[in-house]
Design a protein around this ligand. Structure first.
Ligand SMILES: C[S@@+](CC[C@H](N)C(=O)[O-])C[C@H]1O[C@@H](n2cnc3c(N)ncnc32)[C@H](O)[C@@H]1O
Length: 225
């Protein structure tokens, strides 16, 4: 029988190899992930090849802000693979999920229907004015949009972060410049975010789970509104 133990990441469990979250929607899979019962509770395996946040956990996350009641703005939620694991973790919190594609948004709605803490919004993260009235400040902004202008989009949304809040920018190097060295892209992204007044907590490459991707983790200074 497999035994799962809590990790030092709140709400994340491990069997010594893989990470798991406790399933908020018991019996329901979101993306074909393995379900496992331990101590009478059901858990979902978090696949680092399908989720950049799980890849970041495997590589070592510099700071883990997600707790039971955390409020998160999630940009580029797609069909809810990663968002569903955050929904497991932040069960008493809120996930404001922005997604631009109506095709995947329909799948996101199917996932959110069983998860009261997920608030899906069909919209463009590059136009935050369209959703700014829906919520106040959040503790975390998480972005994974795989667009050329992913840094300017992130900077527009950082205004939703409360003082001391954390930002996770999942960088797809090839979307920014297909010809450049990924390491040069990550360096430039980190510089741009620092120049915007954010404190850099870490830049973590996500290979081999996510090829040519890195997670850049930043913090909004406590005194910054
Ligand atoms: C790599 S996928 C996200 C995968 C998802 N984060 C996960 O881990 O489950 C990128 C998503 O960003 C969405 N996207 C791209 N540009 C966007 C924008 N400007 N605003 C909102 N969503 C956007 C795409 O439609 C796509 O679904």
């Amino acid at each position: 029988m497999v035994e799962l133990k809590p990790t030092h990441y709140d709400g994340v469990f491990s069997d010594g190899r893989d990470f798991f979250t406790r399933n908020l929607a018991a019996g329901v899979k979101v993306y074909g992930e393995k379900l496992l019962t331990c101590g009478g509770k059901e858990y979902r395996r978090w696949d680092p090849y399908r989720s950049k946040l799980a890849a970041l956990l495997q590589r070592g996350c510099p700071e883990w802000p997600f707790k039971e009641d955390t409020e998160v703005l999630y940009l580029g939620a797609a069909s809810g693979t990663t968002a569903s694991h955050l929904s497991d973790i932040c069960m008493e919190g809120r996930l404001y999920c922005i997604e631009i594609s109506s095709r995947v948004f329909r799948k996101l709605l199917d996932v959110a229907v069983r998860r009261p803490n997920m608030m899906p919004f069909l919209g463009d993260a590059d136009r935050p004015d369209a959703y700014k009235s829906l919520f106040g400040l959040v503790e975390v902004v998480y972005q994974d949009v795989a667009q050329r202008d992913q840094v300017p989009i992130f900077l527009k949304n950082v205004s939703f972060l409360g003082p001391g809040g954390l930002g996770f920018l999942m960088v797809k190097a090839r979307s920014i410049d297909v010809a450049a060295q990924p390491a040069d892209i990550y360096r430039q992204v980190s510089k741009d975010l620092s120049a915007a007044g954010l404190s850099l907590l870490g830049t973590v490459r996500l290979d081999p789970f996510q090829k040519d991707h890195a997670a850049v983790v930043v913090q909004k200074p406590s005194g910054q509104a």
